[in-house]
Design a protein around this ligand. Structure first.
Ligand code: DOR
Ligand code: ZN
Length: 467
């Protein structure tokens, strides 16, 4: 009788992922994964008899939860010439990502529920990954956040500084206060581009717009981020609003946010792959391909951000996948938009970096699962995602941990067709991605099936962050 409750019961499985090293919330261990009806049902130890059903051979691979990238710009509506959901979500699968959270700075921007519903309708049936949306906070109507329907969005993006790609900017203190107060009332988590426009305006008035990429970082310096982060901390302390600071770029911001979180404030932060992989020297040498906003800074900042990744201070890794066309990027610096693609490269780039930092592969796999699995799932309330355990959605990705390979433009799935990582030698390669119990991408055979990604509507209030 006991057998009926175990994998050796006779029920066939829809899929068995066999012989891998499985990355679970309780540790990394050798195990098999049994899938039925789109969910993980068991994680039997090696040697336990497995049910019949289709097999995926995971020997020599890590089996990770399908990764979550909580910061992508997939450009629908209005900017589909830069990226579209078919290409963006294929790029995601090839990078181990099965769920994305998309940003609102489209044309028009999604600044209210009607805008987001219209966007969702356009995307319906075109995404290979599951998805959620950050709504855009509107500086003219910040009170909308107090009434936001959690089935439409549970998080809202605030741009505190403007550039080519920011549709609306919160310039004055009063607008920010109203947004923080309304978000606190509505239980909405703010996700912030925290750079201070006033600092940048002063610099522009003083020294004009730079004409070389060597000048980009000094022109958009760390002081902009530090001022804005200090203001965010102050407002969180005052209103109790949940806030997640995006793409932290400097050591000082990481220090300030870590200290604020230690006070018990509901503040978390994201680090991007770009800020971990490159420095300002790359931007000086290679120009537009590593130019984004906020600027990539010095070696000491990169070291501090790696420390935040390794010691658990950072809550999420995001790609800030922000594709632009080659023609746009090659315009003179003053006219070229900031941003680079990354949803495909993020986890592989970080894996490469983790291994060069003396992190053993089991520990590296656990870091990836925390920062692109449990971390974002908990922060944004994505039940069934980000944890490889019985009952979870059967979203998985297989990583060959030691494959060494050179990344080139031919590997890029994003519509923009280029990558800042062209010519890089990566260590580690995603080989197979499973979504909802179905193999949807394999490095050898490509994509199978159709784009069946679902809109993961908030089911209620997001779960609280543990710390
Ligand atoms: O460099 C950036 N590009 N930073 C942003 O905040 C937006 C992004 C974009 O949408 O291109
Ligand atoms: Zn972004």
């Amino acid at each position: 009788m006991e057998q009926l409750n175990t994998v050796s019961g006779h029920l066939p499985a829809d899929l068995v992922v066999e012989g891998g090293r499985v990355v679970t919330p309780d540790g990394v261990r050798d195990a098999n994964v049994v899938v039925r009806d789109g969910r993980i049902t068991e994680l039997p130890e090696p040697g336990v008899p497995l049910p019949p059903g289709p097999r995926v051979d995971a020997r020599g691979r890590y089996v990770l939860p399908g990764l979550i990238d909580s910061h992508v710009h997939f450009r629908t509506p209005g900017l589909e010439y830069k990226e579209d959901w078919d290409h963006g979500s294929r790029a995601a699968l090839a990078g181990g990502v099965t769920t994305v959270i998309d940003m609102p700075n489209t044309r028009p921007p999604s600044l209210d529920e009607a805008g987001l519903l219209a966007k969702a309708e356009l995307i319906d049936g075109t995404s290979w990954t599951d998805y959620r949306f950050h709504i855009g906070a509107d500086p003219d109507r910040p009170e909308l956040l107090a009434e936001l329907d959690p089935r439409i969005a549970t998080s809202a993006k605030i741009f505190m500084a403007g550039h080519h790609t920011a549709p609306v900017v919160f310039r004055d203190e009063e607008q920010l206060r109203r947004a923080f107060a309304a978000a606190a009332r509505g239980g909405v988590r703010l996700v912030l581009h925290a750079e201070d426009q006033h600092v940048f305006d002063l610099l522009d008035a003083d020294s004009g717009v730079p004409d070389s990429y060597a000048q980009y970082e000094p022109h958009r310096p760390r002081s902009g981020g530090i001022v804005a982060v200090a203001r965010v901390i102050h407002l969180v302390r005052e209103y109790g609003t949940k806030a997640h600071v995006l793409h932290v770029s400097s050591a000082e911001e990481a220090d300030l946010l870590t200290a604020a979180a230690a006070e018990g404030l509901p503040l978390t932060f994201e680090v991007t792959g770009h800020h971990l992989s490159f420095t300002h020297d790359d931007t000086t040498r290679r120009g537009p391909r590593t130019r984004l906003s906020p600027a990539i800074r010095e070696c000491r900042d990169q070291k501090r951000l790696w420390r935040a990744v390794l010691n658990g201070e950072a809550a999420t890794l995001g790609s800030d996948h922000a594709p632009h066309t080659v023609e746009e990027k090659n315009r003179p610096p003053a006219d070229a938009p900031p941003g680079l693609p990354g949803v495909q490269e993020l986890a592989t780039g970080v894996w490469t970096g983790l291994l060069t930092r003396d992190t053993g592969p089991d520990a590296a796999a656990a870091h990836l699962a925390r920062l692109m699995g449990e971390g974002p799932a908990r922060l944004f309330g994505l039940p069934g995602k980000g944890r490889l355990e019985p009952g979870a959605d059967a979203d998985l990705t297989l990583l060959d941990p030691s494959a060494r390979w050179q990344f080139s433009a031919r590997d890029v799935h994003s519509l923009c067709g280029w990558s800042a990582y062209e010519g890089w030698t990566f260590t580690g390669r995603f080989t197979t991605t499973v979504k909802a119990g179905r193999v949807c991408w394999d490095a050898r055979t490509g994509f199978t099936g159709r784009p069946e990604g679902r809109w993961l509507r908030g089911l209620g209030r997001p779960l609280e962050v543990a710390r």
